[in-house]
Ligand binder design. Structure first.
Ligand code: G3P
Length: 216
């Protein structure tokens, strides 16, 4: 399973990279706005910082606007993936960008029918927002399972990129289902390592060592 980091914060990207946990990055308008300053410079710096794919989202709502923005964004680096909102105009843009050899990530996806459209249009990635579905008392992971099954049934090459991740169990469940990628907030990457028995185990080893041999 590939780990993308869901952030526009360079410090978080660098720290996750040090742990070997960055196969790519996803940003969105909210995450870039949160960083403040010049979003173009920030996006370019992110593209330089990582080797893997970096999703940058378009703001336009017509296919022409999205394609125009995409042509600008791909200049930021060879690893740019154009994030396209789930709209029928977006599907038109995805199809045309695919013909141009430009990778796309269809985002703000909340249903299997939307994911089917994204794959048929030729998206490189589809991003189901599971945490936001859970927040509506629906089951985000059921959506991931449905998309993986539909893509397997027909051999679509669109990768399932689990987004809107809230906690480590989202990652574990997505991995069990066989999702290709999870885009993870830095905080959740750190939480993946935690287990109280691990802490207790290390403490006990340190105590026993100190008793026998003195402080390390
Ligand atoms: O980047 C897309 C998605 O992961 C956003 O998640 O936390 O705003 O629901 P969130």
């Amino acid at each position: 399973m590939k780990f993308f980091i869901d952030t526009a914060n360079l410090e978080e990207i660098r720290r996750a990279k040090d742990y070997g946990m960055v196969d790519g990055v996803t940003t969105n308008p909210t995450l870039l706005a949160r960083e403040g300053g010049d979003w173009r410079k920030q996006a370019q710096a992110i593209c330089k910082e990582v080797e893997g794919p970096v999703s940058l989202e378009v703001i336009g709502k017509t296919a022409d606007e999205m394609i125009h923005e995409a042509h600008e964004l791909v200049k930021y680096g060879p690893n740019v993936v154009i994030k396209i909102p789930m709209l029928m105009e977006g599907m038109k843009a995805v199809r045309q960008l695919r013909e141009l050899g430009i990778d796309t990530n269809v985002t703000v996806v909340f249903s299997p029918s939307q994911a089917l459209l994204a794959a048929k249009a030729g998206a490189s990635y589809v991003s189901p927002f599971i945490g936001r579905l859970d927040g509506l008392s629906q089951d985000g992971m059921t959506l991931v399972d449905q998309i993986v099954r539909i893509y397997d049934n027909y051999g679509f090459d669109t990768e399932v990129l689990v987004a809107s991740v809230r906690h480590p169990m989202h990652i574990v469940e997505a991995a069990l289902i066989g999702a290709d990628v999870a885009t993870i907030p830095f905080k959740v990457v750190m939480e993946l390592a935690k287990h109280p028995m691990t802490d207790k185990g290390i403490e006990a080893f340190d105590r026993d060592w100190e008793k026998a041999f003195g402080k390390a």
